[in-house]
Write a protein that binds this ligand. Structure first.
Ligand code: NAD
Ligand code: TYD
Length: 351
């Protein structure tokens, strides 16, 4: 890898992307170009502390605009791409699937094609697609997703991510594009947009609003602190094998209802409430269409080959996350102003 190699990171103003940006910029090993369209989920406030770094530039643009992306590759000699830009929320993919095909499939194709043309079969490059465990479908009570679990996506979101994973591998096989893919479980932590379970519940508890739990709350997710994911991404980018896939998970399965109970108890303590106050806000609502029952990751390959394991216990990570949302009230107020209220009122009325 060249010294201060130029890397294109897409979606760097989003939740996971902003943590990846910070990690890569601080190492000072790279020059980072952040390409982000700044959709509702992208926020330059997430990068305030690093925006003046000399090894960083931000470009506002759409990964789906192939001519624009091609021009970017022509002007820059990118050593690698870390591709995170996506539409990322399952509920939105149910109400607006087309946008997910556009960004997640067409956008990934546009980047792949530009990289293929620019790198011209040279092996000294790396295209890294950051993907999800949801491509594997849904588990019953037993078992884990491994890297060899057959793809079986069940929501428009996971189908779009599975499709983009397939295109990345197809470009590797057909054109020799050097690539690596990781499939991670659910992330949580600072800067997550309050549409995903944990920040939505933090926001609602703060505002004494109902906590909508889909179905009975028995669905299970495997939660990973976002900075542990960012550390895995750095390792995989630098040391992962060409053409390889790595699963990333928290070894941390929680039933939604149990997680919300824990979160309510943490928040009651911070808010000085009598224990049990926030639990009273829990409201069981209509289940999500096609709701995947259980995700659980076997991350032993990443552990044995690259020495990665999560660093935080869940209660500690959750507390850090709650503290961040308390300390960043302006961030939370800003992202929940404007269209947010209208979107959620309509969403919970019409779903
Ligand atoms: P996010 O929704 O918080 O951020 C997505 C970012 O992509 C935003 O900054 C947005 O502005 C940008 N973007 C969207 N469309 C774009 C376009 N057409 N052109 C350029 N930029 C665009 O997402 P996240 O939760 O940070 O997820 C990042 C990646 O990680 C996604 O690819 C997602 O599928 C994957 N992932 C997420 C999780 C999770 O738990 N959040 C778990 C596994 C994998
Ligand atoms: P989410 O954060 O949307 O992530 P994903 O669907 O990608 O796993 O949801 C996590 C779990 O929480 C999932 O089982 C759906 C459930 N959920 C609720 O019960 N209520 C909510 O308001 C949200 C957003 C999610």
């Amino acid at each position: 890898m060249p010294k201060r190699a130029k890397i294109l990171i897409t979606g760097g103003a989003g939740f996971i992307g902003s943590h990846v940006m910070r990690r890569f910029i601080k190492t000072d090993k790279y020059h980072i170009v952040n390409l982000d369209k700044l959709t509702y989920a992208g926020n330059l406030e997430n990068l305030k502390d690093i925006e003046d770094s000399s090894n960083y530039e931000f470009i506002k643009g759409d990964i789906c605009d192939f001519e624009f992306v091609k021009g970017l590759f022509t002007r820059n000699n990118f050593y690698g791409v870390i591709h995170l830009a996506a539409e990322s929320h399952v509920d939105r993919s149910i109400s607006n699937p087309i946008e997910f095909i556009q960004t997640n499939v067409v956008g990934t194709m546009s980047l792949l094609n530009a990289a293929k043309n620019s790198w011209n079969q040279s092996a000294n490059h790396r295209f890294y697609h950051v993907s999800t465990d949801e491509v594997y479908g849904s588990l019953g009570d037993e078992g884990f997703f491994s890297e060899t679990t057959p793809y079986d996506p069940k929501s428009p979101y996971s189908a779009s991510k599975a499709s983009s994973d397939h295109f990345v591998r197809a470009y590797g096989n057909t054109y020799g594009l050097p690539h690596v893919i990781s499939n991670s479980s659910n992330n949580y932590g600072p800067n997550q947009f309050p549409e995903k379970l944990i920040p939505l519940m933090i926001h609602n508890i703060k505002n004494r609003k109902p906590l909508p739990i889909y179905g009975k709350g028995y669905n299970i997710r495997d939660w990973l602190y976002v900075e542990d994911h960012a550390r895995a991404i750095e390792l995989i980018f630098e040391q992962g094998g060409n053409g390889e896939t790595y699963n990333v998970g928290g070894f941390n399965e929680w039933k939604n209802i149990d997680l919300i109970h824990l979160l309510c108890d943490i928040m009651d303590k911070k808010l000085g409430n009598e224990q049990g106050t926030s639990r009273k806000l829990i409201t069981l609502v209509k289940d999500r269409a096609g709701h995947d029952m259980r995700y659980a990751i076997d991350a032993s390959k990443l552990n044995s080959e690259l020495g990665w394991k999560p660093s935080l216990q869940f209660a500690e990570g959750l507390e850090k996350t709650v503290d961040w949302y308390f300390e960043n009230e302006k961030w939370l107020n800003d992202v929940t102003s404007g269209d947010y209220q209208k979107y959620y009122e309509e969403y919970y009325t019409n779903r």
